[in-house]
Design a protein. Structure first.
Length: 129
């Protein structure tokens, strides 16, 4: 079973495709997690963000720590579209990360394809009901 949100260790110490999502959580690598996720090159981590308006540089600090290994960050914003604020977009530019915001379902589909292709991708995924 997955660790609680805010744990200092990843649920899984590697990237893996997302197998299923909904009902407030995700399944990956035979495990389940309730709540949002950060899927990074270092592993799959719990993420405390539950709505797009709470996405900021602080909530994405792990992403910025791994910037050298990330070419593209997919921001799964739940069920609603969301525009990345200019200050956050500027922060991505400073670190060389391209960021795209889209509904979580679309972010998962794109992430899974890019992981399979072994691309430098990460995802920040807000759980959907």
């Amino acid at each position: 079973m997955a660790r609680p949100a805010g744990a200092d260790a990843p649920h899984l110490p590697r990237q893996a495709p997302i197998e299923a999502y909904g009902r407030g959580g995700f399944r990956f690598a035979g495990m389940s997690h309730r709540g949002s996720l950060l899927c990074l090159p270092s592993g799959i981590w719990a993420w405390t963000v539950s709505e797009p308006q709470k996405i900021d540089a602080d909530s994405l600090s792990r992403v910025f720590q791994e910037a050298d290994d990330i070419g593209l960050l997919l921001l799964g914003t739940g069920d609603a579209p969301w525009d990345i604020p200019p200050a956050l977009r500027a922060r991505f530019g400073e670190t060389g990360i391209q960021a795209e915001a889209m509904r979580t379902a679309h972010a998962i589909n794109t992430y899974n394809i890019l992981v399979e292709e072994r691309r430098r991708v990460a995802a920040a995924l807000i759980a959907v009901p």
